[in-house]
Design a binder for this molecule. Structure first.
Ligand SMILES: *[C@@H]1O[C@H](CO)[C@@H](O)[C@H](O)[C@H]1NC(C)=O
Ligand SMILES: *[C@@H]1O[C@H](CO)[C@@H](O)[C@H](O)[C@H]1NC(C)=O
Ligand SMILES: *[C@@H]1O[C@H](CO)[C@@H](O)[C@H](O)[C@H]1NC(C)=O
Ligand SMILES: *[C@@H]1O[C@H](CO)[C@@H](O)[C@H](O)[C@H]1NC(C)=O
Ligand SMILES: *[C@@H]1O[C@H](CO)[C@@H](O)[C@H](O)[C@H]1NC(C)=O
Length: 365
């Protein structure tokens, strides 16, 4: 379903590649993007399309990518004097953005963004600031699917969100919920009941609505969102450790490029030089893996989860075959359900209905 949505929006975007209007002559450079949004899942590497019409080299000019929906002068990415410039970059984007240097010769200034996060949802403007005329900028919307986040933290959100109405108003302003839904929510008795109603609307809503909810949550409940993000990271780390532990024998047999993984771990300072040289001189990849596992067991969960992430990057098919990719989110959701146990109390409505049923039964009896 998500893939269909993503490809539908991509098709839409490509079909209707929008050429911005230019008031000056036809020789004027224009910047072209995509009208439909780019839809992504957390962790994806994506491309935000942007290029020049007519094609021309931009190697000597300034290219800037900004978040037009954030209140900041800092950039998502800045290319200046023939190179990337990080001084003015929004911290959250550091090391995650790049341009396609080879393609820039033909006016392709698309931005590659790796390891997409929920907070990346927003409007991205691609601009040639030196071309002081209309048509030299275009904005592309990125939507990151927040379904998993909403599913795993449903109960926490129902219990702990107090700024429900500001969030609902935000959704109303962008036309993502209807007025009658808003008034229904506003008449609910408690914050918890309001959130339950809002979740009903979210469950029926699309990716866009869910990611808009996440953005509004960050804005109105920053502390809560921060706490939940941190918990999610911890659970993901634990899941990675479980995977590495439980597939040990398969990994020893099937990991092909152990030197490469050991090299990355060494660069991150997670294994010692002597462990690395031991691994690189071992006879077979199985022997290498046995040595590496010694280091992983000694290093603990930080090293194991780093190993998992590197493996996921280099042998995703192996990770998937061993059940790693699929179980990642599902297990995470189950784990949180287990943690929360059955302690989640009923809403007033449910209690009222139960009492009425009991009374009716008594009356009949
Ligand atoms: C992002 O752009 C869309 C349309 O392109 C607009 O409706 C929306 O209000 C913008 N969002 C923000 C936060 O500026
Ligand atoms: C720009 O380059 C990237 C990377 O090669 C490619 O995926 C994308 O389709 C190109 N865009 C255009 C408009 O040519
Ligand atoms: C939400 O509220 C409950 C009960 O008040 C509390 O135990 C829990 O820690 C809170 N969760 C977060 C993420 O703040
Ligand atoms: C993984 O294995 C190590 C060493 O065998 C053990 O100490 C650790 O508790 C295990 N972790 C999990 C989450 O099973
Ligand atoms: C292992 O990775 C290195 C670095 O990417 C690469 O040069 C080498 O060819 C790879 N070896 C195998 C057997 O895939």
């Amino acid at each position: 379903m998500k893939t269909i949505l993503a490809s539908a929006s991509l098709c839409f975007g490509i079909l209707f590649m929008c050429v911005s209007f230019s008031t000056t002559g036809s020789s004027q450079i224009q910047v072209v993007g995509q009208t439909g949004p780019v839809v992504a899942k957390e962790g994806d590497d994506i491309i935000l399309p942007c290029s020049l019409v007519p094609k021309g080299s931009v190697e000597d000019t300034i290219v800037e990518w900004t978040r037009s929906d954030l209140n900041t002068n800092k950039k998502v990415h800045l290319y200046k004097d023939g190179k990337d410039t990080v001084g003015d970059q929004i911290p959250g984007y550091m090391t995650r953005t790049s341009l396609f240097k080879e393609e820039m010769k033909t006016g392709n200034i698309s931005l590659k963004l790796s390891g997409v996060k929920l907070s990346d949802t927003g409007n991205y403007t691609c601009r040639l600031p030196k071309e002081n005329s209309q048509g030299t900028e275009t904005t592309i919307r990125l939507i990151v699917d927040a379904t998993t986040f909403l599913n795993i933290f449903r109960n926490d959100l129902i219990w702990n969100v107090t700024k429900v109405m500001p969030i609902v108003n935000g959704l109303l302003e962008t036309g993502l919920i209807q007025k009658k839904v808003k008034s229904m929510i506003s008449t609910a008795g408690t914050h918890q009941d309001q959130m339950r109603q809002l979740f009903q609307a979210l469950d029926e809503g699309d990716v866009e609505m869910k990611s808009a909810f996440y953005s509004l949550l960050c804005k109105h409940e920053p502390d809560l969102t921060g706490k939940l993000e941190k918990r999610k990271q911890q659970l993901e780390e634990q899941d990675a450790v479980d995977f590495v532990n439980s597939t040990r024998d398969d990994l020893i047999q099937k990991v092909t490029n152990v030197t490469l993984i050991a090299d990355r771990l060494l660069q991150k300072g997670l294994i010692l030089e002597e462990v690395y040289s031991g691994i690189s001189t071992a006879e077979s990849s199985q022997d290498q893996m046995i040595l590496l596992f010694h280091a992983l067991d000694e290093g603990g969960s930080e090293v194991k989860s780093a190993f998992y992430r590197i493996l996921l990057e280099h042998q995703p098919v192996l990770v998937q075959d061993l059940g790693g990719l699929l179980r990642n989110n599902r297990k995470l959701e189950q784990k949180i359900k287990d943690l929360q146990g059955g302690v989640f109390p009923w809403s007033r409505w449910e209690v009222a209905v139960l009492i009425i049923c009991l009374l009716a039964l008594l009356a009949v009896g």
